[in-house]
Design a protein around this ligand. Structure first.
Ligand code: C5P
Length: 225
């Protein structure tokens, strides 16, 4: 049988969201990127608290803000619409300040509890490709297929650099590389739900591969189940 729940994990810019979206499209499944939820809480904290250092206040925010992720309503390169208390924040959550602070926010255990609960509810319905850092290990440990995508940090920074430039924004490769290294470090060494492949995940290295090649590999895994 074709897997009903598919978990895709991996570090920043490993290509996981692009691939997962295409995979979900080809299967007619929901594509759900959990990273946007941590980004939305981070943006809310930066706006309302001016910082992310007060763990109690940030956790309270995570428990009370309303985050909505919906099918993309516009054709401007977005993969979904992200709403924070009803207001569209799809592009705001990609800002460098959010990149720089999101790993601190997502390391707070109470924030993770609040986000994980919502993600499990969505996962339970099935026919979903869920993307993040801890989907195969914590959020959906019973997922039918777990994929862990990886690539060298230099290649990932180059992809992010190209993405930012394509949006017509100024980009600094060295700054992106440094920010990504720091985020990888915090994400993989945190106490709760660190970034790591689940024991039963299939590891897919995307270094030097095109999107089509990676997608083919993963579609073969789906068929092989
Ligand atoms: O995937 P993306 O780069 O948008 O994720 C942003 C950040 O959100 C990650 O660096 C990580 O700190 C956090 N995150 C997480 N668990 C997830 C998804 C994202 O901790 N399942």
């Amino acid at each position: 049988p074709i897997p009903q729940t598919i978990a895709v994990d991996g570090p920043a810019a490993s290509g996981k969201s692009t691939i997962a979206e295409l995979l979900a499209q080809s299967l007619g499944y929901l594509y759900f990127d959990t990273g946007v939820m941590y980004r939305a809480v981070t943006l809310a904290a930066l706006r309302q608290l001016q910082a992310v250092t007060d763990e109690r206040a940030v956790t309270h925010l995570a428990e009370t803000v309303h985050i909505d992720v919906r099918e993309a309503s516009q054709d401007d390169g977005r993969k979904s619409d992200v709403l924070l208390d009803g207001v569209d924040i799809t592009w705001e959550i990609r800002a460098p300040e959010v990149d720089a602070n999101v790993s601190v926010v997502s390391a707070y255990p109470g924030v993770r509890v609040a986000m994980t609960e919502q993600q499990r509810r969505i996962g339970k319905r099935g026919r979903v490709v869920m993307v993040g850092r801890d989907i195969g290990t914590v959020v959906l440990p019973d997922a039918d297929l777990k994929v862990y995508m990886d690539a060298s940090v230099e290649e990932r920074a180059r992809r992010r650099f190209d993405e930012v430039r394509q949006r017509g924004e100024a980009a600094d490769y060295e700054a992106i590389l440094a920010s990504m290294r720091r985020r990888d470090e915090i994400d993989s060494t945190r106490k709760v739900a660190p970034l790591r492949p689940a024991d039963d995940a299939v590891i897919v290295s995307t270094d030097g591969l095109s999107i089509e090649q990676v997608l083919e590999k993963i579609q073969a895994l789906v068929k092989a189940r």
